[in-house]
Design a protein around this ligand. Structure first.
Ligand SMILES: *[C@@H]1O[C@H](CO)[C@@H](O)[C@H](O)[C@H]1NC(C)=O
Length: 141
């Protein structure tokens, strides 16, 4: 009874909404369904530092990366085979520090922690930008 009364107050729902908005704006956890194309957002914080190299990796892959973009082209050498021909940058110019990743036709095997980092010309160093957890549901659920 008391719980029911509490959850029906506008204040409860306002608080709940704030939490939901905060979490979704943060974009740390991306749910997806098998077969979808997903975009993992990543933007270098300070856009006056030109990006030389952008790298996406996944926490559980040792040395192979998801995507490496250097000198205006993709570097296929050490890309994990499961990502061949399935990944792209949202903006290959990386304008305003945008290095968001497009991952096409996801499967449950794509679930995991994706890490985005960039090599910045100004500081001449790698900068970790963000980590995003992608969780892919099997089809038909
Ligand atoms: C998506 O991947 C599945 C296998 O996981 C494949 O059967 C299907 O043809 C792919 N679809 C597209 C549009 O590439």
């Amino acid at each position: 009874m008391e719980m029911a009364a509490r959850t029906s107050t506008p204040f409860f729902w306002f608080g709940y909404l704030c939490v939901v908005l905060f979490v979704s704006a943060d974009q740390k956890n991306i749910p997806a369904k098998s077969g979808q194309d997903v975009t993992l957002t990543c933007r270098a914080p300070n856009n006056n530092k030109p990006i030389i190299i952008a790298e996406w990796s996944r926490a559980d892959l040792d040395t192979e990366y998801v995507l490496l973009y250097r000198g205006e082209q993709f570097v296929p050498d050490n890309q994990h085979p499961s990502f061949k021909n399935r990944v792209d940058l949202q903006d290959r110019q990386m304008k305003d520090g945008d290095v968001s990743l497009i991952l096409k036709n996801v499967t449950t095997a794509d679930s995991g922690m994706y890490k985005c980092r960039a090599f910045l010309s100004q500081t001449r160093s790698w900068e970790s930008i963000n980590n995003i957890y992608l969780s892919v549901d099997p089809p038909g659920e």
